[in-house]
Design a protein. Structure first.
Length: 350
């Protein structure tokens, strides 16, 4: 006879061992994992837009590139898989300017491998020299060797003060730094705050994953005992399944606003099929799949948390302006708007 309490404790220890034992590793590797597996140029676009910036954003950057001379040396900071660097390559190609384009990222990026199936994008990526595992605080460029630093949703993740010093020291006499950084009032920042709160609640406060993992653990043991043919009538199955249904209903009630819908549905789409397939698939494999889904969601939550910390507040803007003045440079800082809403900070260091 399986001891329910014993199985619960064993499952809890197993699951929390996975959760906390892997957390540090997730924090260190989540961006590298994202860029090497997402098949996207940037982290804030979906569908066709994931293949590069378009519309008002593209126009903004083309206007920035129009100030550069032929053969200018450009560095994209926090380049990810190269969305902004590709825009620079596209502009250079259009105007026969032969820019020398570099992309640096603290993550272990490999855009040429990650996007090898995207022929049009790959053509642009091959014009860029990428520097993986290269933080903005430790630039590999000589003093006064860079004509322009650019960054879209990347620079603010670095130590702003140290990265600014590094960039200014690397600029040519007339070189500039041009940044689009997260604005706290942007739709991206607001949606990020919603998603991070929801994921944190479900992954770290709600017992959803713990209870599903417990159910799969019991199912694995029942199958090993040769009693799986009566799994539907198993009292542990019936009891824990009722608990899981109650948890799901509670989460629907708790997160019932339109702003929660996409976030909650994504989680349910990862968990509910596991429960639906329990009667026909190996519970041990389903348990491994559940752990993988938890890992993916936790990496996503960590990225959202880091973005919220990186968002540029008015206090950070004031500190940046003072630092730039102290370095003998001037700055132009203003909100960049789309449809009359702040999308990002536009920051130019001259």
């Amino acid at each position: 006879m399986i001891s329910f309490f014993g199985v619960f404790i064993a499952s809890f220890l197993s699951y929390t061992e996975f959760h906390f034992g892997q957390l540090l590793s997730l924090i260190m590797k989540h961006w590298s994992n994202y860029w090497t597996t997402s098949n996207t140029l940037n982290s804030f676009a979906e569908s066709e837009a994931s293949k590069g910036y378009t519309g008002a954003i593209k126009d903004y950057w083309f206007n920035v590139f129009s100030t550069l001379k032929p053969e200018s040396r450009i560095v994209d900071i926090g380049c990810g898989n190269g969305a902004l660097a590709c825009l620079a390559a596209e502009y250079s190609e259009m105007h026969n300017l032969h820019f020398d384009i570099h992309g640096i990222d603290a993550a272990d990026i490999n855009p040429l491998q990650s996007l090898k199936s995207e022929k049009e994008v790959l053509k642009l990526l091959k014009q860029i020299t990428f520097h993986p595992a290269t933080p903005a605080e430790k630039l590999p460029f000589e003093s006064k060797s860079i004509d322009m630093f650019i960054s879209q949703f990347g620079f603010e993740y670095a130590d702003f003060e140290q990265a600014t010093i590094q960039c200014v020291n690397s600029l040519t006499e007339n070189g500039t730094i041009n940044i689009m950084a997260h604005h706290p009032a942007s739709p991206i920042s607001q949606d990020t705050e919603i998603g991070e709160h929801l994921l944190k609640n479900i992954l770290h406060t709600s017992p959803l994953f713990l209870q599903v993992d417990l159910l799969l653990d019991i199912a694995t043991q029942v199958k090993a005992s040769g009693q799986y043919q009566s799994w539907k009538q198993n009292p542990y199955n019936q009891s824990i399944s009722r608990t899981i249904k109650w948890i799901l209903d509670t989460l629907k009630f708790q997160f019932n606003e339109d702003k929660h819908e996409a976030w909650l549905q994504d989680i349910f789409n990862r968990v509910i099929p596991v429960l639906q397939n329990l009667a026909t698939e190996d519970p041990q494999k389903l348990r491994a799949h559940l752990a993988q889904q938890f890992k993916v969601l936790e990496e996503h939550r960590t990225r959202l948390e880091e973005q919220l910390k990186a968002t540029i507040t008015d206090t950070k803007i004031n500190a940046l302006e003072q630092q730039i003045n102290g370095l003998g440079r001037s700055s132009q800082i203003s909100p960049f708007t789309i449809d009359n809403r702040p999308f990002a900070w536009s920051i130019s260091i001259l």
